[in-house]
Design a protein around this ligand. Sequence first.
Ligand code: FAD
Ligand code: NAD
Length: 329
Amino acid sequence: SKAPIAIIGAGIAGLSAAEALQTAGEAVQLFDKSRGPGGRMSSKRSEAGSLDLGAQYFTARDRRFSETVQRWQAQGWVDSWSPNLYQARSGQLSPSTDEQVRWVGVPRMSAIARGLIGDTPATYACRITDVFRGEAFWTLVDADGTSHGPFSQVIIALPAPQASALLATAPKLAAVAASVPMEPTWSVAVAFASPLETRVEACFVQDDALDWLARHRSKPGRDDRLDTWVLHGTSAWSRQHLDLPKEAVIEQLVGAFAELIDCVVPETTFTLAHRWLYARPAQTHEWGALADADLGLYACGDWCLSGRVEGAWLSGQEAARRLLEQQQR
Ligand code: FAD
Ligand code: NAD
């Protein structure tokens, strides 16, 4: 029987490619360095329940993605979220409702990846460090020195800097990936002893330190025992404070939050900080996916398109489409 296709990265781009290939009758094998799928759409278990520290919600503008999200909704993996939305300009909060449909995984963001992965073969806690091609097949090597293969083709579905490191066999693709800087985001979750007396459930801030804040329990299907908030630092602030200890990051972002929010902020009873080193590409692109079709090596991810969940999903579809197109030649 034919060798399967290796997909490195089980974020939404890798899962999208996996689904498209399996639908076309191909066998795939996923690899991820984390303990489960989802990447930047994963959720973190904590004493305050499961928290979405990465992607907060997503929008669907492309027709194919919209249709897919409707299917996810029918399967019970996603629901729409309509928070009392605010914006802040120069420290002033104002309501900012709009008609935009925003989607979240239910009961947590990671539900989408969990649903998509189904029984697809996946190897977790496996960081791939080398990808090379022999006469006819590909071999992957992980950080423990273990080899995996043979594979007929390889799709690299990682943030651009990490993808670039694995694209050495195709120097042109490696150079394109290396040209995409990705910005960090500090993400903090905090819970308060008593619920905050505010109507605010989400806010676009884009101030000095704070970029975004969201009230966890305003999302559908969440555990609402605690009043937990997720705060994101701006790219610039996160870059400047990349190596700040977590306690100091929490203190500064909660301080900015307390200054902004229109109510008394009591003591925090729970805090958590997570640093996303490669949170978002510095610019958007229109590449779809990268391919060296003769070699059988492909790269996809949010950085090939819009730097959003939708872009990542579409990029995975495009990598799969190009691979299948090449196979039919
Ligand atoms: P990833 O999700 O990063 O997947 C890559 C996977 O590869 C990861 O699971 C990682 O563990 C794995 N990996 C990395 N290196 C290796 C290796 N060497 N070997 C094996 N595995 C490896 N988008 C929106 O649309 N709306 C939002 O509100 C939003 N907010 C965001 C907030 C934050 C804080 C962050 C970080 C992102 C946000 N995004 C948002 C962006 C969105 O999450 C991403 O665009 C999307 O999830 C990217 O998917 P991906 O599959 O391209 O990459
Ligand atoms: P969207 O349409 O809700 O938001 C896009 C941008 O438009 C917002 O960032 C905000 O600046 C502005 N905006 C939208 N509605 C607004 C309103 N009612 N009032 C004031 N401003 C409003 O969603 P999208 O286009 O799918 O974008 C995804 C979101 O994900 C963005 O907010 C983006 O900043 C965020 N994101 C964050 C990261 C990260 O690493 N922190 C990475 C990728 C995306």
